[in-house]
Ligand binder design. Structure first.
Ligand code: AQP
Length: 345
């Protein structure tokens, strides 16, 4: 397999930026809340879709696993319909401008803004004093990820809304300080019926790669038997039908959301179709839908992962395009900040 070079777009194109942390266990939440939406948006936007390995190391990672997860996540993007000829797919760490801009932006970010970030509080939990500066500064790196491409649009799940607001505030602070509208203020793109997919074991917790229980999530690489087992074991309740007071039943509500999202049904349509069923009949239907949807994705991922050279070629193409765009932005940033410029040679 030989990938073609990534298409170049006019610089006036609307740019979209997004990424997933290569931390393994990519799940249905990552797919329905993020990757599937990018596939739908790639026609309208010039897309920069990165593998967020710099973000991943804000918590401990095994180096060999991190490398494998970067390729696996790239394979997932492609298997879910991202066209590498249209979109730049690349590891964040390969474009050093992300870190350079993050530092400059951190000098324009008051601590008070970071102290309000709820995700840090959730992730650091009771061990706040031991949490790393990287975890605390994560939203500044995220702002740099977006602004280094001067992206105009960012698809966000519910959990990332606050970070995008901060990125807009930081862009505004930079623009005000240097007296020019250098950075566009990135707009959120919120789409999809499932912006927040919850754990199969606890309908009040989001489905997450780092959840200790593999039964809490459906992984993109799960086979049909595993999916069936996980849905069977998903927490249920003893109401007679799925539809009964569903809004006050987090687990039932979550499974219905997933069913609707997999079948492109609105909440009302999903409820009209399945509201009269009991939990076990509904679970069988959900299993069939999830297997039908995920089987081609996991098969494609397996095929791609059998050709790591092909994946690396795609990443090389993505890196080249990303470095070009980021390099241009940074030239303007360095000029505005007042750094001396020395050309090579
Ligand atoms: N449960 C979810 N429902 C809907 N969308 C979700 N996303 C993550 N979980 C859900 C979306 O996936 C994108 C990438 O997320 P990420 O890997 O960068 O980080 P995360 O949000 O922290 O994802 P996880 O699965 O919970 O990973 P860990 O456990 O490693 O922290 C984002 O767009 C996110 O909204």
């Amino acid at each position: 397999m030989h990938p073609s070079p990534v298409t170049r777009h006019p610089s006036s194109a609307k740019r979209l930026l997004s990424g997933v942390q290569p931390t393994g266990n990519l799940h249905l939440g990552n797919y329905l809340g993020a990757i599937r939406n990018w596939a739908a948006l790639q026609q309208q936007f010039e897309c920069f879709l990165f593998l967020a390995d710099l973000h991943a190391i804000t918590v401990a990672q095994d180096p060999a696993k991190l490398r494998a997860h970067v390729r696996e996540t790239a394979a997932a993007y492609i298997a879910c319909g991202i066209d590498p000829k249209r979109c730049a797919i690349f590891p964040q760490s390969a474009v050093s401008e992300h870190c350079e801009l993050a530092w400059i932006l951190s000098c324009h970010t008051p601590l008070g803004w970071l102290n309000r970030m709820t995700q840090f509080k959730e992730k650091a939990g009771k061990h706040r004093e031991e949490a790393s500066l990287g975890l605390y500064g994560y939203p500044v790196l995220m702002a740099a990820d977006i602004l280094v491409y001067r992206a105009t649009h960012v698809p966000v799940g519910e959990d990332q809304k606050q970070h995008l607001e901060l990125a807009r505030d930081i862009a505004g602070a930079f623009n005000r300080h240097y007296g020019q509208d250098y950075f566009p203020l990135p707009e959120p793109v919120i789409m999809g019926a499932a912006t927040r997919v919850m754990s199969l074991r606890d309908g009040t917790k989001k489905m997450s790669k780092s959840d200790e229980s593999d039964y809490s999530r459906i992984n993109l690489t799960d086979d049909a038997d595993t999916i069936a087992k996980k849905i069977k074991k998903a927490t249920s309740d003893s109401f007679a039908t799925m539809g009964e007071t569903i809004e006050s039943r987090p687990e039932a509500s979550n499974l219905l959301t997933i069913y609707g999202a997999l079948n492109n049904l609105s909440r009302e349509q999903a409820l009209a179709e399945c509201g009269g069923e009991n939990f076990s009949a509904f679970k069988q239907k959900l299993t069939d839908a999830a297997v039908a949807h995920l089987a081609p994705i996991s098969a494609k991922m397996r095929e791609l992962l059998a050709s790591p050279d092909y994946i690396d070629d795609i990443l090389r193409g993505g890196i080249e395009k990303a470095r070009g765009a980021a390099g241009q932005t940074m030239q303007g940033v360095r000029e505005r900040v007042g750094f001396l410029e020395f050309s090579a040679g």
